[in-house]
Design a protein around this ligand. Structure first.
Ligand SMILES: O=C(CO)[C@H](O)[C@H](O)COP(=O)(O)O
Length: 341
C-alpha cells in the first residue's frame, strides 16, 4: 500500500476484500488457467476442445521459467487478486522514465474503461507503467478482466502483478491494447520491434478494437527513421534469413540490412517465436510512405512480420520533459495535457 501510494500519489487504492480467493498458483499454473468462471473466453469451444486447450496451456505455462520475485511468490504461495502489485520499484525516476510513466498513466486513465474485460499488454520499458496504473485501479476493477501479453516480458509482468493472464487464441477480441513504440510519425504509423516482439505485438494490436501507443517525447517524430536509426525490424524464419537479407539489400533498397546479433549470447537474436530478426534501414524518401515499404517487405517469402504498424493506432501518448503529455489521435488532432498526476 505504501509503495503504491508513493508511486501513484493521486490514486486511491482499494483495500476492500475481494470475494476472489483463488490462489495464483491455481489461477496461472494449473490447467484451469483463464477458463475459470470469472472471465469467459469469447470463442465458443466444446468441452473437449476446452480440455485440449487446457492441456496445451498447462504445458506452455509450466514450461516457462519464472524469474521475477513476484511471479515466484505467485507460483508458490497463496497470493490473491487482493494483493495486486505494482511492477515498478520505488525510487527517483529520471526525466525519460517519468515521461514514459506520464504517457502510460494518462493513456490508461483515458482508455482502460471500467467495463473492459480483455486488455492487451505490449512490450518494452514503457509498458510496466501501463501495468502499474492498471494495478492502481484496484482488485475489484481487475478481478473479472483478463490480460493478453505480447511476449515473455509482458507475460511475466502480468503474472508478477497478480493480474489474470490469457492468450489471444482464447480471447481473439480485445477491448484495448496498449503498447510502446520505437518511433511514431504524424499519421500514427510506427516502428516497433526494437525488443523483437513485433509479431505478437501486431497480432495483439490487430485483435483489439482500439490500439493505443505510449512513449516518451523522443519517439514523437514527423517522419519514421528520424531518431530511430537502427532500421525496420523484420522477423524471418531462420532458414530463409540469408535469402531475405539478399532481397532487402539488392531489390528492396536497404543495402545496410543486417541480422540482429545477440548481446549476451554468441549468435543472432532469437525471438519468442524461435525466429531471427533483420534490421533494415531505409532512406528518408522511402520512410515517407511506410505502408508501401511494409507491404513490399512482407511479400518476401520467409518474412514472418514487419515492424511497421501502419494505420493501426487510434491514439499515441507522449510524455514530455515539462510534465505534460502530447496526445495525438488518428483524426489528425493533437492536444497537450497538463498532467496533475
Ligand atoms: O516494439 C517494442 C518491442 O518489440 C517496444 O514496444 C518498443 O521497442 C518500445 O520500447 P520502449 O518502451 O522500451 O521504448
Amino acid at each position: 500500500m505504501l509503495l503504491r501510494t508513493l508511486l501513484c500519489p493521486k490514486v486511491r487504492v482499494s483495500t476492500s476484500t475481494s470475494p476472489l480467493s483463488l490462489s495464483l498458483s491455481t489461477r496461472y499454473f494449473s490447467s484451469k488457467m483463464a477458463l475459470s468462471s470469472e472471465v469467459k473466453p469469447q470463442t465458443q469451444a466444446s468441452a473437449d476442445e476446452n480440455s485440449l486447450l487446457n492441456q496445451r496451456l498447462s504445458m506452455i505455462t509450466t514450461a516457462i521459467p519464472i524469474s521475477t520475485p513476484g511471479a515466484l511468490a505467485a507460483h508458490g504461495e497463496k497470493a490473491t487478486l487482493k494483493s495486486l502489485k505494482s511492477p515498478i520499484l520505488p525510487g527517483e525516476l529520471s526525466v525519460i522514465e517519468r515521461s514514459k510513466q506520464l504517457a502510460a498513466w494518462t493513456a490508461v486513465d483515458d482508455y482502460v474503461k471500467p467495463h473492459f474485460r480483455v486488455i492487451g499488454i505490449g512490450s518494452g520499458s514503457t509498458v510496466p507503467y501501463v501495468v502499474e496504473r492498471i494495478v492502481s485501479q484496484g482488485a475489484e476493477a481487475n478481478k473479472d478482466r483478463v490480460y493478453i501479453p505480447t511476449g515473455f516480458q509482458s507475460r511475466e509482468l502480468i503474472v508478477a502483478s497478480g493480474l489474470n493472464l490469457g492468450d489471444v487464441d482464447q480471447y481473439p477480441a480485445i477491448d484495448v491494447t496498449l503498447d510502446g513504440a520505437d518511433e511514431v510519425d504524424i499519421q500514427l504509423n510506427c516502428i516497433k520491434g526494437g525488443g523483437a516482439c513485433h509479431l505478437r505485438e501486431k497480432v495483439i494490436a490487430e485483435a483489439a478494437r482500439t490500439f493505443i501507443l505510449v512513449a516518451d517525447y523522443r519517439k514523437n517524430v514527423e517522419r519514421l527513421g528520424t531518431n530511430f536509426k537502427a532500421g525496420v525490424p523484420i522477423e524471418v524464419v531462420p532458414f530463409a534469413y540469408a535469402k531475405v537479407l539478399g532481397n532487402l539489400r539488392t531489390v528492396i533498397g536497404s543495402p545496410k540490412a543486417h541480422l540482429r546479433m545477440a548481446v549476451a549470447k554468441a549468435g543472432p537474436v532469437v525471438t519468442d517465436n524461435g525466429n531471427f530478426v533483420i534490421d533494415a534501414p531505409f532512406d528518408e524518401e522511402t520512410m515517407k510512405d511506410p505502408y508501401t515499404i511494409m507491404a513490399r517487405i512482407k511479400m518476401l517469402t520467409g518474412v514472418v512480420e514487419v515492424g511497421l504498424f501502419c494505420h493501426m493506432a487510434t491514439a499515441a501518448y507522449f510524455g514530455n520533459q515539462d510534465g505534460s503529455v502530447t496526445v495525438k489521435t488518428n483524426d489528425g488532432k493533437v492536444k497537450q495535457v497538463q498532467s496533475s498526476r
